[in-house]
Design a protein around this ligand. Sequence first.
Ligand SMILES: O=P(O)(O)OC[C@H]1O[C@](O)(COP(=O)(O)O)[C@@H](O)[C@@H]1O
Ligand SMILES: [Mg+2]
Ligand SMILES: [Mg+2]
Length: 327
Amino acid sequence: MTQTTLRQHLTAQSTETDLMILMEDIATACRMIADRVRHGAFAGVLGAAETENVQGETQKELDVISDEIFQEIVGVNPNVAALVSEEVDEVNWRKAAPQAGDFVVYYDPLDGSSNLDVNLSVGTIFSIVKLDEAISPEAQAVQIKGTEQIAAGYAIYGPSTGLVITTGQGVDGFTHHPGSGEFLLTQPEMTIPAETQEFAINASRYDLWETPVRSYIDDCLRGADGPRGKKFNMRWCASMVADVHRILTRGGVFLYPKDTGNAAQGGKLRLMYEANPMGMLVEQAGGASSTGYGRIMEVAPTGHHQRVSVILGSRDEVAVIEGYHKD
Ligand SMILES: O=P(O)(O)OC[C@H]1O[C@](O)(COP(=O)(O)O)[C@@H](O)[C@@H]1O
Ligand SMILES: [Mg+2]
Ligand SMILES: [Mg+2]
């Protein structure tokens, strides 16, 4: 084999052994989730609620199946103190007596799952932090700022299965090679161009947006004759993994702002297992991630399922959007 495997890549980056094994466990879980996703309706229930099939057996949503796979593979890693999943209300402690140096893994086992029924790209997002002396291994211990992440990434289940990771040394993309089962390095050193003419937002929420976001999108839509002086393209996958993957590949900005429809919850997207890991990846690729008012990774968490406003992507465009929030 001539291409670099995930292990060879992590070894070349001098990744500590425990983290390398954890990343490989996550890659294994993602391979297994990819297999279930690829089996479509044969794998269980797609986006619908848990139901009984014709034999009277309980069929599970793919979200739940993916979470169980993650728990079975990543949850038995001896250095994982706790898992925090979108699908599980409480912190899933894996060790009775967590120690400094143990890992906490935050994850969204299946992101964009409303896309399953229509057979579009979905993914798995993960974020890794380490417990240290300063952080007591109790319930609050899992509310750790995004700046403390030591690694983050996502798998994308699209026409091919990809794995995009960072350990704080840039961002690298791998493609699953079905013959060998390996993730092979196919997009080394992914970088996001500083400027863009492409935005991603769910425009059906226009009437709910706050003034800064509405003014920004209005100005983009006015094209070459408007205040931005250029024509913008728009994309919206309704799957954050797919939207961020496009941005890491060719630039752009992604917005899921807090609006009057979701303000009571603090926004739509989750800080610990959506916004922080994507924020780390985007920043490591030379982009920026913001709430509109400050860096996402510096938001002090108040709960492990906390929601937050998300604006991320091409650095100069994120700065422009922050400017609208200052005006
Ligand atoms: O349906 P909307 O409002 O467009 O929201 C789409 C957003 O919701 C999400 O699907 C939330 O993720 P889950 O599928 O994990 O709940 C994001 O991936 C996506 O950006
Ligand atoms: Mg999600
Ligand atoms: Mg999800």
